[in-house]
Design a protein around this ligand. Structure first.
Ligand SMILES: [Zn+2]
Length: 186
């Protein structure tokens, strides 16, 4: 991307981040990476078109077996145990929840956790990247899967026309990729 194109895009991003008003309440919560240091994203979010459709209902973060896993947001542990042979932790945050797997859990259901609190350690069994270890990190509102990278400012960014005073939600977070732009590509 040429510098001439990049400058207006950055301006739009700055306006989005700094714009006050009604749109502010809909901004994503600010979370932390579940792995430290900041992990490599080895598989991106690819939401299914239908509830049982193919896709990737989260992102995969490269890690090492035994590495500590942290809660991305403050919340309450809703599930901590084994599902289909792999350890899973689910933390609720108001109307959304984050999921972490495969994890050897170190928390209990009902426990309140702070942002960044340890919730377990990364397992190899059940890895989406087997034989490599990686953390599958999910984010849901109800039954709708969201891109967890939004919690760390790496999700799709809506590009809005500069002449609008109030950002509009359309075309929504799952607009065609032509109108989405990952921050990492800047
Ligand atoms: Zn995965």
């Amino acid at each position: 991307m040429s510098p001439r194109v990049r400058a207006p895009l950055l301006l739009v991003l700055v306006l989005l981040v700094s714009s006050p008003g009604p749109a502010h309440a809909e901004e994503d919560p600010v979370g932390v990476w579940p792995l430290r240091p900041e992990p490599e994203v080895v598989a991106r979010f690819d939401p299914p078109a239908t509830p049982y459709g193919a896709g990737h209902r989260g992102v995969d973060l490269a890690g090492t077996a035994g590495q500590r896993v942290h809660a991305a947001l403050p919340g309450t542990v809703r599930f901590a145990g084994r599902l289909a042979g792999r350890g899973v932790v689910v933390v609720s945050h108001g109307d959304t929840r984050t999921t972490y797997e495969p994890v050897e859990v170190s928390v209990e259901v009902g426990e309140d956790v702070a942002r960044g609190a340890p919730i377990g350690s990364l397992e190899l069994v059940g890895s989406h990247c087997f034989p490599r270890a990686c953390l599958h990190w999910g984010w849901l509102r109800g039954e709708t899967y969201l891109d967890p990278l939004r919690l760390v400012g790496r999700g799709p960014v809506r590009l809005l026309p500069l002449w609008r005073e109030v950002p509009v939600r359309a075309p929504g977070p799952w607009a065609p990729s032509s109108v989405r732009l990952g921050l990492s590509r800047l």
